[in-house]
Design a protein around this ligand. Structure first.
Ligand code: SAM
Length: 288
């Protein structure tokens, strides 16, 4: 009698698949092929991603994998991959793990020696930076900042000396509040670029000083809806910081001539140094 032994299944692959952020044509051909080839699609929202699969004519087994169950379900998902199945991780839009679930899964996969393969594509942060006209040689992506203004301002304060271009995600409900906090912590001299509804029919860009952009948002009846990437020019570099040293001179000239708040406002505009930093120094000068 001949016995046929079944070979142990080879380990499968975990694909991290980027999906469009608005325009379905941005799904890559490779992403489509990978989605068609895998045994299972792990999705942040299975109903949402189910519509994308339906649009592609694919009928796939799906697993919900989101912030609330990722820790608990990653092990079982990786067991299936270790058993030979291949899995695609997708989020609602853009690149998984970029302000989206997946970190716990990918980390655990790498720790278990499972092959993790990125399938790159749309990412709102990269799309926004690529067309904003701000320096892109160095940037700092900070995702969503805290919702409450005190906590948000604390994070912004910690970034006030950062020379890289700053990139944030923000909801339309909080975008003006974020800009007001940017004005108070980083100074109103900073250049700001907002990208709204990227790749969609009503893609809109706002740029200028923080106050210009707040005014433009207030004047635009559509600004309260849609998705935003907020980009802020970095702090002046060490070379340019000589201007900041001169802030002291500017203040010492303005404080005797103007009401304190006005002196601080004008000095902030002229030097780009945040108002709260100048205010303390202005008080000292006034007392002298
Ligand atoms: N993983 C996604 C990516 O790769 O960009 C980001 C997911 S995060 C939960 C969603 C945020 O991304 C939105 O609140 C918005 O700040 C930004 N975003 C997503 N799509 C966008 C678009 N079409 N235009 C502008 N911002 C967008």
């Amino acid at each position: 009698m001949q016995t046929v032994s079944t070979p142990a299944p080879a380990t499968g692959t975990l694909f991290i698949v980027a999906t469009p952020i608005g325009n379905l044509d941005d799904l890559s051909r490779r992403a489509e092929k990978v989605l068609a080839s895998v045994d299972l699609v792990a999705a942040e929202d299975t109903r949402h991603s189910g519509r994308l699969l339906q649009h592609l004519g694919l009928n796939k087994a799906m697993w919900p994998l989101h912030d609330h169950n990722e820790r608990e379900r990653s092990g079982a998902l990786l067991d299936r991959i270790a058993g030979g199945e291949s899995v695609a991780l997708v989020s609602d839009a853009g690149t998984p793990l970029i302000s989206d679930p997946g970190y716990v899964l990918v980390r655990a996969a790498r720790q278990r020696g499972i092959r993790v393969v990125p399938v790159p594509g749309a990412c709102a942060m990269v799309a926004a930076l690529s067309a904003a006209g701000l320096p892109t040689d160095r940037f700092l992506f900070a995702g969503f900042l805290p919702v409450k203004t005190v906590a948000r301002s604390k994070v912004l304060e910690s970034l006030s000396r950062e020379e890289s271009t700053l990139v944030f995600y923000e909801s339309p409900r909080r975008v003006v509040a974020l800009l007001e906090d940017i004005c108070n912590t980083l100074g109103e001299g900073r250049e700001v670029v907002l990208a709204r509804e990227l790749t969609k029919a009503f893609e809109t860009w706002y740029s200028g000083s923080v106050t210009d952009v707040v005014d433009a948002l207030r004047a635009d009846a559509h600004s309260g809806k849609g998705e935003y990437v907020v980009m802020v020019g970095g702090s002046p570099s060490a070379g340019q910081a000589r201007v900041a040293v001169d802030a002291d001179r500017v203040l010492s000239l303005l404080v005797p001539e103007l009401p304190l708040k006005k002196a601080v406002k004008v000095a902030a505009e002229l030097t780009g140094v945040p108002r709260n930093e100048l205010y303390q120094r202005a008080l000292e000068l006034k007392d002298q």
